[in-house]
Design a protein around this ligand. Sequence first.
Ligand code: HBI
Ligand code: FE
Length: 282
Amino acid sequence: MSGRLADHTIEQNWQAYAEDEHAVWRLLFERQQKLLKRRACREYLDGLQQLGVAAHGIPDFRRLSDILDRATGWRIVPVPGLVPDEVFFAFLAARRFPSTCFIRRRDQLDYLQEPDVFHDIAGHVPMLMSPVFADYMQAYGEGGLKAVHLGHLNHLARLYWYTVEFGLIATDEGLRIYGSGILSSAGESVYCLKDSHPHRLRFDLRRVMRTQYHIDRYQETYFVIDDFAQLFAATRPDFAPIYREISVLPEISAEAILPEDRAYAGFVSGKKEGPRVSTARV
Ligand code: HBI
Ligand code: FE
């Protein structure tokens, strides 16, 4: 790892976790396991199992990294918290996943704005066991470095938000979760699939990049991919012309629906899904 990146890393110091910190992990993990068995995508559930991420306590990153490295060449690097955007992207481009080490307190089980070790390890890392998703994350890191230089980080950050953090995938068994922000949230893992309030739209790169998001509440809109190959293919073109194209178009608010939007047409709780009547302004 380059010196500049290494400057942002810390030691996980696994031996130093208190028993109560492991107990918080167990609470979170057991609760999510029950919810995710029938809600998370196959790639996530397989990754979790292969990594041996389990209920007994906060995992040792070195053990996980060795398994992850053999599967897809990714490793986990411990960081103290949010790292600067360019550093974050440089890590991803080098197939290094920066993970926080601290765990939320007992009074924060349901909600925490910043990432903690449960979000990073139980939410993100299992997806990195999937070869296509692992490549997508690296491509995203490379795209992030370019976006910063082009002054379009806002557009690229929305792609991350609506895929890596809050993405849904259409499968033969129905709609499933792959976004880590949902996978690590008990409330949102139920809400995103079942609730009649949010829109569930077919993934469209330009639409996603134009759509604002809220960081402090459940999402108003989810974007549904058909498979991870579609996601990876969407990141293959040079984004520079796409950024130019969308920067002259209006931004889209988190809850808005456009006439050209395509709703996910699966069956959710016995009702056919469609966009709600458009009352929102763009
Ligand atoms: N740092 N540790 C950490 N985790 C993140 O998810 C993260 C970050 N720094 C910046 C960042 N995310 C954003 O720039 C991207 O999500 C767009
Ligand atoms: Fe995250």
